[in-house]
Design a protein around this ligand. Sequence first.
Ligand code: ADP
Ligand code: MG
Length: 298
Amino acid sequence: ATPTAVMVGTGVGASQGVLIKGGQALESAHKVNCIVFDKTGTLTIGKPLVVNTKLLKNMVLREFYELVAAVEANSEHPLAKAVVEYAKKFRDDEERPVWPEARDFQSITGHGVKATVKNKEIIVGNESLMVDQNVDIPLDAEEMLAEVEGFAQTGILVAIDGELIGVLAISDPLKPSAREVISILKSMKVKSIMVTGDNWGTAKSIAKEVGIDDVIAEAKPEHKAEIVKELQASGYTVAMVGDGINDSPALVAADVGMAIGAGTDIAIEAADIVLMKSNLEDVITAIDLSRKTFTRIR
Ligand code: ADP
Ligand code: MG
């Protein structure tokens, strides 16, 4: 393609809300034959909601949620926001709740959070976090987790002073277009893979819903980048689509990194292409545009 064609292509992209950072990104996109999708906020809406709470001990929900929200209020994670939003419902100061102070706040990336609130040690996160923190997971909690994951929801565990007290079910539905986008990509001979930090149960349920056969769950940020590199080593030209800080190493590693516009600044910075409207369909717009610019019809 001529420099003019590239300029036109980039301009057409911009007018459609697909921000292409340079000619190289536009060129690489037409060779893409494999796309790695993040789950949360990329394939799913990314505005998760608490849909169920199970307490294993006798405790007032209002008090339980006060402790949990005090910790999660310090986290930027979409799941944390869901928990805080839900916790507000139990309060009189719902508009501007004042949570108790959380001391020694710790965020364990890809696992959860921990802090001391009202002299109690509160741990909120996934199963592996509980295992790391020496919290026993009773059988009824295991059963609840399995059920929640079967519904394609995420189960979050809460421990207070080393004892597992609650299981939260959080639902983050697929974006309305997700299934169709994956099916169109299939017809374009582009392979789709889902990679997520979420657990295997939930990941498999979501993948089934969206029509993706290849799933990798419980992936740390470095792991996401490694997966991209492995695919490249086996001959694929790889695009990564993501929205989170945890996706940025993979966005950089990919031949084409595509960030969801509504995503975090770090992801947007790491990407070669930004989908400004946050529409998943624009993954296809970007590839189409590149194919039109770089494959001449003879
Ligand atoms: P994804 O790749 O799907 O965006 P992450 O790697 O950010 O997921 O998180 C993986 C898992 O770690 C979550 O599904 C959740 O179980 C747990 N987790 C992470 N941060 C938090 C938090 N602030 N509160 C509760 N759980 C969390
Ligand atoms: Mg995400």
